[in-house]
Ligand binder design. Structure first.
Ligand code: BGP
Length: 481
């Protein structure tokens, strides 16, 4: 009520539009478990952390995780309890295509996703399917993975199988989750394949991800769009960046291009291709360092056209905001991607006035989301934006998760404000439905609406306070309810 008074909003402005989609998200490796049932083969996460359990904070892995493979009915029930009209989940490539190639489609894998999709639709919940969320078949990693340009066809072949099986019922598609984490993270030892080759590996991966996404999009466009009217995008991990001082604006703009532009500009900008200024800067660095080839592998004119415009909405994974500045004489740039860039000579930090979380680079600054949504609207012809991930980590496993509840409330308020600014945000998907396996953090930080008892073979799921709050919002469409 106080908000109503201080902002003098009308009752209508306080509500999300009736057609607004509320969802929760998950990813196959993080929830499914059943890592070797039936004919499923290992993916690169299975292999990496079976071989090197010390990489994960608590030495755990996703072998059983939330056991959603067996407990998917409960997951659907939770979506219903939350009043969601959308559930975002990903397909495990090796559960569907054990060899990585379409020579054999697993009956078991096919049925698992058929059941999940049908179960959601029976409850009036739209499935939003991520075709690929980090878990590359190990067989393809052994052939070079995302650094090998042939992967663009391997991915397209896999996506074609997925569309042929599920496009009749799935209307919201995401091709490759956060290629930035996959490439910059994967080739800077922040995730699988855990290769230390940021100078070359991540840029090869970057380009291949763009082409792979585009090939999948074009298949859908050509063979399925007219019949099923679905929408496809690629979810970018995009923190919002602000300058420390007005003088840091230029380097902040470059940082946005480096983080987000390398993955968004080829798809969402009118001209396509790499962000020009950044491309020149990176390629000049490569030359200076003695590389014979540009850091960002050039696109051919045909490739620019292939990738440009391959989206039906902007899919945004937003978590936090960072401040950016250039290093001062005698300072070192931030060591990895959440702290700065050695190529741009930058340091990233937080503003002391922002809220803290258990992760030091992760601040709570809700207006950053509104600022970013307006920036996206002004920069690209976004048509429609769906927030495909947003949520906060905390170490408290308890059910009274006030910080998370407040995070959702305050970020949802900013979404509503952005809608009033004129940004066409049509959906919001919380990360994440329940406690699950968090990559190198294992089962430690909790990001979730439902608590999962991992000591219980039945993996009992219990709603937290944030889940109760979220279900009130989905039912009343009012964020401060
Ligand atoms: C996103 C991923 C999710 C999830 C989330 C939480 O980058 O798409 O899969 O993991 O971040 O972050 P983290 O796992 O790094 O703690």
């Amino acid at each position: 009520f106080s908000l109503l008074i201080c902002r003098s909003w009308t009752a209508d402005q306080l509500r999300f539009p009736p057609s607004f989609m509320f969802g929760a998200a998950s990813a196959a490796y993080q929830v499914e478990g059943a890592w070797n049932v039936s004919d499923k083969s290992p993916n690169m996460w299975d292999k990496l952390i079976h071989d090197r359990p010390e990489l994960v904070a608590d030495g755990s892995n996703g072998d059983v995780a939330c056991d959603s493979y067996h407990l998917w009915r409960r997951d659907v029930e939770m979506c219903e309890e939350l009043g969601l009209n959308m559930y975002r989940f990903s397909i495990s490539w090796t559960r569907l295509l054990p060899s990585g190639f379409p020579n054999h489609i697993s009956e078991d894998g096919k049925n698992y996703y058929n059941n999940l999709i049908d179960g959601l639709l029976e409850k009036g919940i739209q499935p939003m399917v991520t075709i690929f969320h980090f878990d590359l078949p190990q067989s393809l990693q052994d052939l070079g993975g995302w650094a090998n340009p042939l992967i663009t066809d391997w991915f397209a072949d896999y996506a074609e199988v997925v569309f042929s099986l599920y496009a009749d019922r799935v209307k919201y598609w995401l091709t490759i989750n956060e290629p930035m984490m996959m490439c910059d993270g994967g080739y800077e030892e922040l995730g699988a394949p855990y290769i230390d080759n940021p100078d070359v590996g991540r840029y090869l991966c970057n380009k291949n991800a763009m082409i792979a996404h585009a090939k999948a999009y074009r298949i859908y466009e050509k063979f399925y769009r007219d019949k099923y009217h679905g929408k496809i995008s690629l979810p970018t991990l995009f923190f919002w960046f602000k300058p420390f001082t007005p003088e840091d604006q230029e380097v902040t703009d470059l940082t946005i291009d480096h983080w987000e532009g390398r993955y968004a500009h080829p798809i969402f900008s009118k001209e396509g291709g790499w962000p020009r200024k950044l491309e020149k800067l990176l390629n000049d660095i490569a030359k200076k360092e003695g590389y014979k080839r540009p850091r960002l592998p050039p696109f051919t004119p045909e490739e620019i056209q292939l990738v440009r415009g391959t989206y039906d909405y902007y899919a945004l994974n937003h978590y936090t905001t960072r401040l950016v500045r250039r290093v001062q004489p005698g300072e070192q740039p931030g060591k990895w991607l959440f702290y700065g860039s050695s190529e741009l000579n930058t340091i990233m930090d937080k503003d002391p006035s922002w809220g803290n979380t258990v992760v030091d680079w992760f601040s709570v600054y809700p207006p950053g989301l509104r600022e970013q949504l307006n920036w996206l609207n002004a920069t690209y012809d976004v048509k429609e934006v769906i927030i495909t991930e947003n949520g906060v980590p905390s170490l408290d496993p308890g059910l009274v998760d006030t910080q998370r509840l407040e995070y959702y409330r305050d970020y949802l308020e900013q979404v509503l404000l952005a809608i009033q600014d004129g940004v066409n945000v049509t959906g919001y998907t919380a990360w994440t439905l329940m406690d699950n396996f968090e990559w190198f953090s294992g089962y430690v930080p909790k990001y979730r609406l439902y608590a999962v008892d991992f000591s219980d073979p039945n993996r009992t799921r219990t709603p937290r306070e944030s889940a109760r709050y979220f279900s009130t919002v989905t039912r009343t469409l009012i964020f401060w309810a």
